[in-house]
Design a protein. Structure first.
Ligand code: HEC
Ligand code: HEC
Length: 170
């Protein structure tokens, strides 16, 4: 009888240990989920902001979407002349290209609503980056490989940035 009771005790102890372990596993896995949910909301709100601002500017230039960007906007220093694109294309690029590829909202480079202002350093850096990209694809890559880079593959912002404002060095 005594040994039977002891055996029962041991089984009970094992059950308790197992339920504590299961409890811990549950707590850790739900903490992990909470972190992931937080991250998704953060990324989504960045994307929502950019899309909202892009649509706002798009509405403000109604009828001029297909005109050259440098004839519609006030302060273009690099996306002009030979390398100008349509006003609509510029806005699509601001959102789906630059903001997405760097994982940021328009406000990383712009004072919202004062789009022509150059008060943020990042806006000027982006101008230099655009010119660097053009130089890599038009001059440096063709010199290295002897190929033509008017089609894909070529270097774009995402080649280096991969969704981050500052690319990691390793
Ligand atoms: C990585 C930096 C960066 C991000 C992010 C960015 N922009 Fe820009 N934006 C620029 C730069 C640089 C120029 C000027 C280009 C030039 O000088 O040719 C510009 C120009 C503009 C202009 C023309 C303003 C004018 O009148 O001269 C508008 C409008 C604009 N951006 C809207 C947006 C919107 C809307 C977003 C977000 C969806 C956005 N930008 C995101 C860097 C950025
Ligand atoms: C060949 C790689 C490469 C390409 C292509 C590239 N970048 Fe960069 N970018 C960098 C590096 C490296 C840095 C960090 C420089 C530093 O911190 O001094 C940087 C920094 C920046 C910054 C400053 C970010 C901050 O918060 O300080 C902006 C804005 C930027 N890049 C925009 C762009 C845009 C827009 C494009 C595409 C037109 C682009 N970059 C293409 C390598 C690249």
């Amino acid at each position: 009888m005594i040994s039977y009771a002891n055996q029962n005790n041991i089984i009970m102890q094992k059950l308790i240990v197992i339920s504590i372990l299961l409890g811990l596993v549950f707590i850790f896995s739900s903490a992990d989920k909470k972190q992931n949910i937080g991250k998704t909301i953060y990324e989504d709100s960045l994307a929502d902001d950019s899309l909202k601002y892009m649509n706002e500017v798009m509405n403000s230039i109604k009828g001029k979407e297909k005109m050259r960007a440098d004839s519609v906007f006030k302060n273009l220093k690099v996306i002009r002349g030979q390398s100008s694109i349509s006003a609509e294309h510029l806005l699509l690029m601001m959102n789906w290209g630059w903001s997405k590829e760097l994982g940021i909202s328009c406000s990383h480079c712009h004072v919202i609503g004062k789009w022509e202002s150059d008060s943020l350093e990042t806006k000027n850096i982006a101008r230099g980056m655009w010119e660097m990209r053009v130089q890599i694809n038009k001059e440096i890559l063709p010199k290295i490989t002897g190929r033509d880079y008017t089609g894909n593959p070529k270097v774009t912002c995402i080649t280096c940035h991969r969704g981050k404002p500052v690319p990691s060095g390793n």
